[in-house]
Structure formats: structure tokens, C-alpha cells
Design a protein around this ligand. Sequence first.
Ligand code: SAH
Length: 212
Amino acid sequence: MTSQRTRDRLINRLREQGINSEDVLSVMRETPRHIFIDEALAHRAYEDTALPIGYNQTISQPFIVARMTETLLAAGPLKKVLEVGTGSGYQTSILAPLVGELYSVERIRPLQEKARNRLRMLGIKNVNLKHTDGGMGWAAKAPFDGILAACAPEDVPEELMQQLAVGGRLIIPVGGSDNQELKLVVRESENEFSTQVLECVKFVPLLSGTIR
Ligand code: SAH
């Protein structure tokens, strides 16, 4: 169920669905998604679907992880990236090998600790994790060349936009529980932002506060 053949089938499917970046596909082929999921569900790890990870949260669907990563990287390499919502650490582990330095924030401490162990197990070293409410970003580390949010606010938070470097790209699901859009916001100049709607999605909400 977790064999290379099963994983390759998922990669072929992503390719058929329009994922073009060989870099993204290759990292996803090498990354064992089953270690990000509780054992009872591990046999479903290579299905193209979101799965529960506890605390009412989910590991993101592989197609969405691929699409968001590919879109974030589409204008060239990124040195410094912020991820909002580490969750299981799966998206983190796909993004980390493809960027310079990755900063990732999570509001639920036990999820963050599990993610930390998985990243260590995979030998991923360019990730800085922080237990905090990431709706405000991570001002001390800004500006970022890229920001990826794995949870949906009602509107694009101004703080995240302001933490983008000029030329920086923010990819974020926006909206309520049954009508979310995945948006790409690019900081074209100091005071100018462009926004593009990519597709309809279904993410868990961005919530405020932290859980210990
Ligand atoms: N890409 C992750 C998806 C995790 S689900 C994965 O593949 O596992 C989204 C995560 O965002 C959840 O873990 C949730 O706790 C977190 N989250 C929600 N609101 C947040 C906030 N304000 N700050 C930080 N993390 C938040």
C-alpha cells in the first residue's frame, strides 16, 4: 500500500491533472506521505485526498499541495518562504527542498511537535517552526519572497501582504467553509498588488489564538 508503485501511480495522476513542474513531481515521488498520517489511515496515504490528522485538521490533498507549490515557484526560485499552518508537515516537506529557507507557523502545539519529528526523520534542515497564530505572519523574519497558507481566512490578511518582498508571491485559500477560492497575490511594487483566482478549494479555516 505504501510501495513505490503506489506512489508512482499518484504522481502519474498528478501529471494527468496538469501538474507540470518536474521538480515538484520529483520531490513528491520521493516523499513518503504515509509517515504524516496515523497508522490506521496510512493505507490511504497515496490516494489523492485530504485525510484527518486530529484536532479537526487535515493533511492537504496531494493535488492541491502540488498545485500550490508549483504556482508559488512559477516565477523563479525563492530564497525565503513563510508557510501558515504546518499541520502534519507534509506540505512543509514538499516545499523545503525547493526553496532556500522555510519558516512555518502552526497554532496547535501537538501537531507542530509531530511535524517537527517527521521533518527531523526526513533529514530536512532548512525549516524553522514556530508555535503561534500565523494570521499575522511572522513579522520578525519578513520580508518573504513567498507565503503559502494552508488554512482559509475570510479575506486576505493585510499583514501577510505587507510581509511580502516586492515581487513576492502569496498563495492562499480565501472564503467561508463552502465557497473558497485559491488566490495568488503578487506584490508588483511597494504599494501595488495583483490578485488572480486560481480555483475553488476546500481548506480548514484560519483560526485565531493558539492551542498548547
Ligand atoms: N498543509 C498541511 C495542512 C494542515 S491543515 C498538511 O499537509 O498537513 C491547516 C493547518 O493550519 C492546521 O494544522 C491548523 O491548525 C493551522 N492553522 C489554522 N489557523 C492557523 C493560524 N492562525 N496560525 C497558524 N496555523 C493555523
